[in-house]
Structure formats: C-alpha cells, structure tokens
Design a protein. Sequence first.
Length: 446
Amino acid sequence: MSPSNGLDGGQTADHQGWKSKVDLDDDLLAPPVAAAEYHLLDTDFGRTVTEAQEKHLACCGWCQQRFTQAMAHPDLLDEEAFLTVARTRITSGAGTALQKMTTLRPALHALTIDQDARDDVKIGQLWRLRWRGTTELALVIALDRWWVTVAPVTTDVGAADEYSLILSETATILGVPATACLSLECVVPLFVFDQLIAPVGRPMRADGDRFAQLPPPETIRDVWQAWRRGTTPPGQLSYGEPLLDGDLDRRELRAALAAGFMPLVGASALAPSEPTRQPWAPLSAMLQELHTSPSELARRTNLEREVFLRIRQGGRVTLSEAQALASILDTDAQTVLSANPPLDDGLVVEVSRPKWRPDLRRLGQFRATTEDEERWRLADTVTALARRTVHGPNDTDGAADTVADPYRSPWTPLVEMHLRAELALGDVRTANESHSSHGRGHGGDS
C-alpha cells in the first residue's frame, strides 16, 4: 500500500497541468503529483528526521517549504483549526485542485461510459453515480427503499483509513488500485445510480485470491458495522493506515473526497418526502368546498375536465396544474402540491431505478425537459394509469413474475408500457419533423 500521503507515481500529465496552477504560498499545500521518494508526513516535522528523510528534504522543494512553515508556525498543526480551514477552502472552491485528485482520471473514466445501465442496485456493487454535473464512484453498503448508503471510492489510496477497503487493480475494470472509504459513508437517492462498474463479490474459497474481486456483501456489512461501532474490522482484508492526529494532508484529502459527494446527497431534496407544510385538507376536499361543478372549474382554470375527475378519484396533479388551481383555491402552488395524495413507495423505487434513466433522458430531449422532471411526471402518470387498470380475479401473472424476479415490482409493467408508448410517440414526432424539414429544404431549392 502507498504511504498515507504518498501518491501513485503513474499520474498523468493532465494532473501536472492543473498542479502548476496551485498557489504554493498557501498555508495548506497540495503535494506534487510525482516524486522519486515518498513525501514526509506532517507528523515527521515534529521529530528528528531520518537519514532517508533528510536526503528527501535536500531535493524536494515542496517538503522543504512545509518543513519551514511547520518550524515557523507550530500552532498550525492543531487538528481542529486545520480542519476548519480545510472545510472553508473546499466550500469556497479553493480546494478545486485537491478535489481533482479524488476523481477518476480521464483515461479511467472512459472505461465506464457509453453503456446503458440495466442492472438493479444491490449491496456490495461498485457503481458510477451521476447527477447533473457530478460524477463519482461509490460502493453500495445499505439499501432502504429509494435511499442508498454508499462509501465514496477513489483511486487515490492515500485517502484510506483503518475502515477503508483497499481494492486491488483486478477487483474492478479500472485496472488500478482503489479504496472504498466506509468511514465517509453518505446517503444518496436511488435515481443518481448510473452505471454498474463491478458486480457483487462472491465468497472466496480457502485457496482463492481474496483480492481478485470485491468483498462479498456480508463482509462489507461487517466492515461497515465495525466502523459504526468503533470495533476492529474483519481480518484477511486490506485496509488503510489509521488516521493520526497530525495526518493533516490525509484529512484534507478525505474532506475533499467527501465534498465531491455533497451534490449527490443534495439530490435527495427531489425525492418524495413529507411536505414542508401540511394543508388543512386533501386536494379533493379543497375543491369540494368550492361547491362548483367540474365543468365550471375547468372553465375558470383552463384545465381539462379530466383533471378534476382524476382528483375526485384520488389522483395527483402536476406543478402546472397546481399553479392553475392555486388561483381558484386562494393559495399557492406549493400548498396545492402538498395536498396531493402521497406516491406509492414501490412506485417511487421503480421510477428511480437506473434501468429507466436512458429512456427518461430521451423523453427529456423530446420535450426539452430534464430527466428529473420526466421521472416524477412518469410517477404521476403511472399512478393515474393504475387507477384505470382493471385486474380480473384470475390475473396472477404479476405475482408470478415478482416471485421469479424479486426486482420486478407490480409497477414494472405499467412503467415499461407507458415509457414504450411515450418513446414511440416521440420517435414518430421526430421523424415527422425531420421529414417536414427535409421537404421544406427541397422546396426552397427548386
């Protein structure tokens, strides 16, 4: 394993490009991307250096500057003060160069693109997470409906501590060592999962190479519980070195890694939850208080009469419909949306599964909307569709499918049917627009 603040000597020239932009006059320095020997730890500056460290100091300008600063300002080694400054740097954007060290290099990231995710999220898998402009790697360690607890993964093994699993270059398709930092766990929504990188590991035989694949889910669970309880993690695995009070470089590196996952954690705000404001009554009761017929309500709001019939049957309204209803209910759109019946938990999980993301993106392109907007529009539409679906007493196909495939919920056929229909309609519209444009072009030439 690399030393705690050592870096892989195989860093690319791209890293050298951004490293040259780092201000070496800062109190918190980012290390060079390559060195002949390992750099000194921050804790090495408080004691007598060895002969090998003295030789390294003689030719390493970066360590010389750190040594000079440590001797001139010994108070800077206070851990809490250091971490306070480090967090401020990262949140203000000053740690951009350091954050780049915790992400995949372009050559490695190219191994994980241009594949549609058709797999379900399971404990023990390695996934690429992607949401808007953020892309990260993570190991799945727990599932709770549409909430997923993950451990950040980076190819900079210097970020590993005693509860971080060191993954060998053969354990993933990346071809380089990586580390899963279970002690930096965070919770992200299911819909940010984008591409499966490595499947669940299998229990190893006594004569097998335990480093050739990811640890099995049971082992990952034991490591996670050890971190939660502060006990010793399972043996026969490769971990990082314990964090010491003076390991300030490693702590800043880990802080930068955790900060990279904050946008993914923030995506949770889009997932259904308890409304921030509790309306005085359900939406159907609000409209009944107006003592107005659906036809008159449709005339006053410019909405289709079907919207009010849907509400009467317990259906939901969209944001645009809520904005139209807010005027006649003498309230705001957010209150109307809060009065919606809650979405079924199983449906939220279904529309959040990574297998639907390519289809949702295509719909977003057809309608000039976002993937997130299409996801919740899909949930609202399928909810209404389910109310109009009639099942016969002998209709057991859905139950049989669920037993055969535990990841195929009763909502799967409805979601799949609606997406296929919408995508087919979008393809027809695109073809018609292309044909019309082609016809106009020929007409202009003649």
